[in-house]
Design a binder for this molecule. Structure first.
Ligand code: CAO
Length: 437
């Protein structure tokens, strides 16, 4: 019932795309003059007041001329491109009367019909209303865009693994799979993303692309925040004695800060509270207890936050941890860290004390279930037996965020108390015994 007509030059007219749709806005031109195109390959992305859709090529051929511009409003039936050579498909009766140049034969409906012989007026490819629009500058081939659209994925959200972040079909599949998995394990938020207002209405603005770390951080933080019911427990540790030990045992070129002490203390606490060294598998309804002790440390870099993981913290001395923390933080800042070194943590520590602040509520680093936030230690007046002590104490504010699905409040409080008590112990004897090395 459908014929393929040979032609020299096809005036490709914007085909009918739906009832009562008279025109549309060209969002993207997906081909350039000189491109060889295949039948069904998307040529244009168009937006109407009802939907956004791709306009496929009616034929194999070469693009000789593009007669419209991105952003232009184009009427149905208007010639948008000239395509040279090849064969165009058409409805037999109509095509027998009209040459391809007059092109209702090249309508989307007719082309779709030739691929899937269904009703006379075949459905056009319409993005689901809830699917956010794909940005036009996303680096992806039209076939990949089309595939993403067909399976209901917004290609603008897919991380590309190809050169320059180019998105392949495999990337779309991996993204869809991850989405399905996370949807299976999380409660729906039910909140659709809203378009941003036009901020330039209120003053000058400057739009900058996100770097890769910012993109990944934004995605990861959204995942962490929306999948984990957070509770944050606050406490303070008296580190007056620890401060003395830290300074006493620091050596030129081998400065000890509070962080390696905390790493060691957490490693011990994780043994007492194994649910803090665990992950939840909601799909399998299981808890995964980890027998290793690897702790992530948030490192502030000029590119953004990166969390390398220090392995086997329980088996290392405080000196070793201090050395490893320094070299790892430096390698992170020098962009010399591998992806592998950012994975597989039991728990994370984030110390903002070098910068300042009295308390904060850290976000649990999924798939972990707890994170310890450290704020700036301060000298504080102290009360003992109802009376104010003459000697102020050096107090370290700690905030423990945890996944309330797995960790109950009482154990959250107990874990943090244990950490506080451990850093309050006079380390001196133990440190001297071990000589920290
Ligand atoms: N209270 C008071 N002083 C503190 C402190 C604290 N909690 N933590 C560190 N300090 C002091 C150190 O003793 C050091 O002082 P001196 O130079 O006088 O000895 C100074 O602050 C700088 O320490 P540091 O930050 O370089 O060293 P660190 O080992 O404690 O921390 C690292 C290493 C990598 C954790 C840190 O450099 C860093 O990047 N912190 C930021 C983490 C971050 O961004 N978290 C946010 C995550 S959520 O967005």
């Amino acid at each position: 019932r459908f014929t393929l007509k040979e032609f020299k030059m096809l005036d490709f007219k914007l085909p009918p795309v739906g009832e009562n749709i008279k025109s549309g806005n060209i969002v993207a031109i997906l081909v350039a003059v000189g491109d060889a195109v295949k039948k069904d390959q998307p040529l244009l992305e168009m937006e109407t007041d009802k939907a956004s859709l791709e306009i496929p090529s009616p034929c194999d051929g070469t693009i000789k001329e593009i007669l419209i511009k991105k952003g232009e409003d184009v009427k149905i039936g208007q010639v948008v491109m000239r395509i040279e050579g090849g064969k165009a498909s058409g409805v037999a009766k109509a095509a027998s009367k009209e040459t391809p140049q007059s092109a209702p034969a090249a309508s989307v409906a007719a082309v779709k019909e030739s691929v899937r012989p269904t009703p006379a007026v075949a459905p056009v490819q319409v993005a689901p209303a809830i699917l956010p629009e794909a940005p036009v500058d996303v680096p992806a081939a039209p076939s990949v865009r089309r595939f993403a659209r067909e399976i209901g994925i917004n290609i603008g959200q897919v991380p590309g693994t190809g050169p320059g972040g180019r998105i392949s079909i495999e990337d779309v599949k991996a993204f869809a799979k991850a989405l399905n998995t996370s949807r299976a394990t999380m409660a729906p938020t039910g909140v659709a993303a809203k378009p941003l207002p036009d901020f330039s209405k209120w003053g000058t603005i400057d739009r900058q692309p996100m770097n890769n770390i910012r993109k990944r951080t934004a995605e990861h933080m959204t995942l962490c925040w929306t999948t984990i019911p957070h509770v944050t427990q606050f406490d303070k540790a008296d580190i007056t004695d620890l401060e003395q030990s830290r300074k006493k045992f620091s050596k030129p070129g081998r400065k000890l800060t509070v962080t390696p002490f905390l790493l060691k203390v957490i490693a011990t606490a994780l043994k007492t509270f194994p649910e803090f060294n665990a992950s939840i598998d909601m799909a399998a309804q299981e808890i995964i207890y980890k027998k290793y002790c690897h702790i992530g440390v948030a490192v502030d870099t000029d590119r953004g936050l990166i969390v390398p993981v220090i392995r086997d913290v329980d088996r290392k001395t405080i000196y070793q941890l201090a050395d490893e923390l320094n070299t790892t933080a430096q390698r992170v800042r020098d962009k010399k860290i591998s992806l592998d070194e950012l994975q597989g943590g039991s728990m994370t520590v984030t110390n903002l004390g070098g910068i300042g602040g009295t308390q904060f509520t850290p976000i649990v680093n999924w798939p972990e279930v707890a994170i310890l936030g450290v704020s700036r230690a301060q000298w504080e007046p102290c009360y003992a037996d109802g009376k104010m002590s003459h000697a102020p104490r050096f107090m370290l504010p700690l905030s423990l965020s945890y996944d309330h699905r797995l960790i109950d409040g009482a154990n959250g409080a107990r874990f943090l108390r244990r950490v506080c008590e451990a850093v309050e112990q006079p380390f001196m004897t133990e440190l001297e015994k071990q000589d920290l090395c």
